[in-house]
Design a protein around this ligand. Structure first.
Ligand code: HEC
Ligand code: HEC
Length: 216
């Protein structure tokens, strides 16, 4: 008993001593300008690709998921991916699973994974739809959505995700979340969406989604 207490206090003393000797060393490192200048791209040996290996079961080995409710994330802009992950992590947006997953990562790790996925190629999952529905969806997209979702929603540089060739069930779920307020929507997108729904109803929105989903 006494021996154990002694052992613990020796250990505690060692820890305190360790801290005491480490502190000045840390201060020295922090003060060195060279360290500040070039932040390493790799944290504790984990690259974006290695970190992303935990995402593969759902989002596919190359960021292209097998659907239908899991979105493909390859080729989206780094900014969009970082923002999506931060919103999941901070509980700012509704999710079935991403909220829990995102909580396991630091800002740096999220940045590395976003960089990794932004560098991959989005594979459009051309899904079947009636040609008349697709044509109607294209018209409506051009009127209400193209302004912010360029090239049928395939341009990552507009930082608003990739819609072209995305999985239809995912698009439907996420549109429902926008409409119920569970996912934040910009005032301008809400205005356009409301206009589309007022003039074309549910079938108008369905047509737009079919148009995106049919792209290949
Ligand atoms: C268990 C399956 C699963 C795993 C593992 C998973 N995801 Fe997801 N991911 C989803 C689903 C489902 C969604 C749709 C949002 C939701 O309901 O959670 C999603 C959405 C996303 C989105 C938003 C896409 C968009 O178009 O807005 C990003 C970004 C994302 N995941 C990144 C990741 C990263 C990075 C990892 C690994 C750290 C990961 N996911 C692991 C299932 C998964
Ligand atoms: C004023 C600009 C703007 C307009 C107009 C707009 N959007 Fe968006 N949209 C955005 C932005 C910005 C995002 C990213 C939101 C986020 O970060 O959560 C987005 C995201 C989305 C997403 C989710 C993408 C994903 O990967 O999860 C869908 C689906 C979508 N918009 C559909 C539409 C449709 C359909 C229309 C036309 C009725 C439309 N948007 C009009 C700006 C716009």
């Amino acid at each position: 008993m006494q021996l154990k207490t002694f052992a613990i206090s020796v250990l505690a003393a060692a820890i305190v001593a360790g801290c005491a000797t480490q502190q000045p060393a840390e201060e020295k490192v922090a003060a060195a300008p060279a360290v500040k200048k070039a932040p390493p791209k790799v944290i504790a040996g984990a690259s974006g690709a290695l970190l992303a290996s935990t995402c593969e079961g759902c989002h596919g080995t190359d960021g292209n998921s097998n659907g239908p409710a899991t979105p493909s994330i390859a080729g989206m802009s780094e900014d969009y991916l970082v923002e999506a992950m931060e919103e999941f992590r901070d509980g700012d947006t509704r999710s079935t699973i991403m909220g829990r997953i995102a909580k396991g990562y630091t800002d740096e790790e999220i940045g590395l994974m976003a960089g990794h996925y932004a560098g991959l190629t989005f594979e459009k999952a051309g899904q079947k739809a009636h040609h008349r529905t697709i044509a109607k969806g294209e018209d409506l997209h051009n009127t209400y959505c193209e302004k912010c979702h360029n090239d049928a929603g395939s341009d990552p540089s507009d930082d608003s995700g990739i819609l072209s060739g995305q999985w239809v069930p995912y698009l439907k779920y996420t549109m429902a979340d926008f409409r119920s307020g569970e996912r934040d929507i910009s005032r301008k997108m809400k205005k356009k969406l409301d206009q589309l729904l007022a003039s074309e109803g549910e079938s108008g929105l369905d047509a737009v989604i079919s148009y995106y989903g049919s792209q290949k």
